[in-house]
Ligand binder design. Structure first.
Ligand SMILES: [Zn+2]
Length: 408
């Protein structure tokens, strides 16, 4: 059997496509050869045991190939380790949430001490207008930010254009990229970027829960510029088209690349705009949308404090999957610490209950913190350094392990 690089990459892509038959939704995006997908469809679902043998053989072939570009090798090795972990779970091996997250995402999640959430609650107590309990005041604050879908549609064009123009000025962006926004219902997430290939995406915004004026720009930065769409379009251009690294033509939902993707996306807006720029932009958006009674500076401060609550989803996952908590206990935990309505807490629970998502929840928190640590560790930690690192994340095959090595 030949172990040329092209063969390894092709085997990796085909194994990803074959896993989809056992894990619907596993392939988040695919724009490689149609013939490869057709081949997998014609063959029909292959036994899990056969796929596990192929995954092990792929891991060995990778390590045996002396000609591999080291970064390409490390990316593929981490992705194949994730496939092996998915296959272990498919064969019925019981995995703790931590084992699963380590195998699938190359991260080491831990319980977040609730003292961090309590500290955030104290800060929110100072920032929110007076009223009843803290949760009542937080829910009231969110209600004030609600914006009708029709009005969101009328604002999308200008927000997207502004984000695109700034992204283009600071970071790589293919000439022929574009995305469309659609509004959907009945999904466990609030927004989703479906990458279509050809530097195109479809961004879905879920309207099950209310949309909020203060979060629109962040949502479009996360999904679009310079978040998910920007990363995938850049990787198609730089890695697949220019270098022929076909492994990037498939995006796997349970793999280390998701940590990089969510790290980029959760930090997208603050990398693009400085704090004062965000506040000025939001104030102008509030004014034009007829929300000029809102204080953009205070709203921004509340959202900054809200970042300290990022560990709640992971704790809820531990409670649900490792500690045997009942659904209503998990919902109560999320409500208590995230200060949300029961509907919003149930939405998080439904996300955590989807099999592909149970450990995915950690990718947001740990991906974001990995980028924070990278930016803080940059030699001079100047903005130019941070932009350079962010550009590398947008264009190179990077793993969480590689970011940890850069930091060290
Ligand atoms: Zn995301």
């Amino acid at each position: 059997m030949t172990t040329t690089l092209e063969t390894i990459a092709e085997r990796y892509v085909k194994l990803g496509l074959a896993l989809e038959a056992h894990l619907p939704g596993y392939v988040d995006a695919y724009y490689g050869p149609d013939a490869w997908r057709a081949e997998v469809e014609v063959t029909g679902p292959r036994p899990v045991a056969a796929l596990a043998i192929e995954a092990d053989a792929l891991a060995e072939a990778l390590d045996a190939d002396p000609e591999l570009d080291p970064q390409r090798h490390d990316f593929l090795a981490a992705q194949v380790r994730a496939m092996q972990t998915s296959l272990r779970a498919l064969r019925g091996e019981p995995l703790s949430l931590t084992e699963e997250a380590e195998g699938l995402y190359d991260i080491h999640p831990a319980w977040t001490d609730e003292a961090i959430f309590d500290e955030a609650h104290h800060e929110l107590d100072d920032l929110l207008p007076p009223g009843g309990s803290l949760i009542e005041r937080m829910i009231a604050r969110r209600a004030v930010l609600e914006i009708p879908v029709e009005q969101v549609k009328s604002l999308l064009g200008e927000i997207t254009a502004a984000l695109r123009q700034r992204t283009k000025a600071r970071f790589p962006l293919p000439e022929d990229e574009a995305f469309e926004v659609h509004f959907v219902k009945d999904q466990p997430w609030s927004g989703y970027n479906w990458y279509l290939g050809g530097c195109r995406s479809r961004i879905d915004i879920n309207t099950d829960l209310p949309l909020r004026i203060a979060h629109l720009t962040g949502l479009l930065a996360h999904e679009g510029y310079p978040g998910h769409h920007t990363e995938l379009a850049n990787k198609e251009l730089r890695l697949v088209r220019e270098r022929g690294w076909i492994e990037h033509s498939i995006a796997l939902i349970n793999s280390p690349s998701c940590v990089i993707a969510e790290g980029i996306a959760t930090r997208a807006l603050e990398v693009l705009l400085e704090r004062e720029e965000i506040i000025a932009w939001q104030a102008e958006l509030f004014r034009r949308a007829g929300y000029d009674h809102l204080d953009a500076r205070r709203e921004h401060a509340i959202d900054e404090v809200g970042r300290k609550l990022a560990g709640i989803g992971g704790n809820a996952a531990f409670l649900l999957h490792d500690r045997g908590a009942r659904d209503d206990e998990v919902v109560a935990y999320i409500q208590r610490y995230r200060l949300v309505t029961v509907e919003e807490a149930r939405k998080t629970l439904s996300f955590l209950k989807a099999p592909r998502n149970r450990s995915y929840i950690f990718t947001y928190h740990y991906g974001g913190e990995l980028l924070d640590a990278l930016f803080a560790a940059a030699p001079l930690a100047t903005l130019a350094d941070r932009d350079a690192w962010f550009s590398r994340l947008l264009t190179e095959p990077v793993t969480p392990g590689q970011i940890r090595a850069w930091i060290d």
